[in-house]
Design a binder for this molecule. Structure first.
Ligand SMILES: NC(=O)c1ccc[n+]([C@@H]2O[C@H](COP(=O)([O-])OP(=O)(O)OC[C@H]3O[C@@H](n4cnc5c(N)ncnc54)[C@H](OP(=O)(O)O)[C@@H]3O)[C@@H](O)[C@H]2O)c1
Length: 273
């Protein structure tokens, strides 16, 4: 099974369903096998970050797999303490080295650190203009952050990766991203399992003969959103990928979209104003 592709604002294509590799306990010993398993299962998009401390493990999997580098879409992110023009340029090189690749597909500003986000974006633009990265984008940017960025950016972000689930439904940011041509990517699409027994999800999942996890992934996919559920268990990596095999109808999509209650597993980006 192949993931659909989403075409970004610079023409680059990204597989809509990818694998997240953030280990909450930083047990990076699982990462290499998770990536190898995911590649076997059909995934062609891996989402890491310098702060996850596992870029090297992802790199080992890239070296070991038979899947050619150009068929795999790799995202990584510049961490807060490496923001600023010179530091971000160095951080990019450090990520290339850790991943043992000569380009990254998508490089993101991980969080909108107020003191440095403008200079960090200039650094990402420079890397892009030099042809050293396929696409650049941001993460955890809400509407005020995006509006501010537009006042100085030469390049509009290709992607904005945010926490966006039925329970943390950032519909205003989603609509704004659409308006400016930035593709939306949702992280923590499974709400880290916190809603696995939610009655609405259970009833929707039952209707399709699927799991509540697959239904959450579908909620993103059916709205043309890129998404990156994380698992390091072979069975769950496969189950999550099988969310590609069905679609939610409009009624169920709408039903799930009413579940917003502000549940977040990561920080609120509004604290970065
Ligand atoms: N940009 C940002 O600031 C940001 C923030 C957070 C996350 N992210 C990215 O988004 C990715 C996904 O988010 P996340 O890892 O925070 O949370 P998530 O994908 O919502 O949930 C991951 C959790 O769900 C479990 N799980 C996965 N599939 C399952 C299934 N089918 N059945 C039961 N349990 C399942 C995983 O355990 P097992 O591994 O044991 O299966 C793990 O504990 C991250 O890995 C990272 O790449 C980005």
């Amino acid at each position: 099974m192949q993931s659909p592709l989403i075409t970004l604002n610079n023409g680059i294509q990204i597989p809509q369903l990818g694998l997240g590799v953030f280990e909450e306990d930083f047990d990076i010993s699982k990462t290499k096998d998770a990536v190898l398993y995911a590649l076997k299962a059909g995934y062609r998009h891996i989402d890491t970050a310098a702060i996850y401390r596992n870029e090297e493990e992802v790199g080992k999997a890239l070296k070991e797999t038979d899947v050619p580098r150009h068929e795999i879409f790799i995202t990584t992110k510049v961490w807060d303490t490496n923001q600023g023009y010179d530091k971000a340029l160095k951080a990019y090189d450090a990520s290339l080295k850790a991943l043992k690749v000569d380009y990254i597909d998508l490089y993101l500003i991980h969080w909108p650190v107020k003191a440095h986000r403008k200079d960090t974006w200039r650094a990402l633009e420079k890397i892009y203009e030099e042809g050293r990265v396929k696409a650049i984008g941001v993460s955890n940017y809400l509407v005020p952050h995006l509006k501010e960025l537009e006042t100085y950016a030469n390049i509009i972000p290709a992607v904005n990766q945010i926490e966006h689930t039925p329970f943390c439904n950032m519909s205003d940011t989603a609509a704004y991203c659409k308006e400016i041509g930035t593709a939306l990517e949702s992280y923590a699409p499974l709400v880290r399992g916190l809603k696995r027994d939610h009655p609405t999800l259970v009833s929707v999942a039952k209707k399709y003969g699927k799991s509540t996890f697959q239904v959450l992934i579908r909620w993103a996919l059916d709205q043309e959103i890129i998404t990156i559920p994380k698992s390091s268990s072979p069975n769950r990596i496969k189950d999550n990928y099988e969310a590609l095999s069905f679609r939610l109808d409009q009624e169920d999509l709408k039903k799930m979209s009413t579940l917003h209650e502000g549940t977040r597993v990561a920080s609120d980006p509004m604290t970065y104003l």
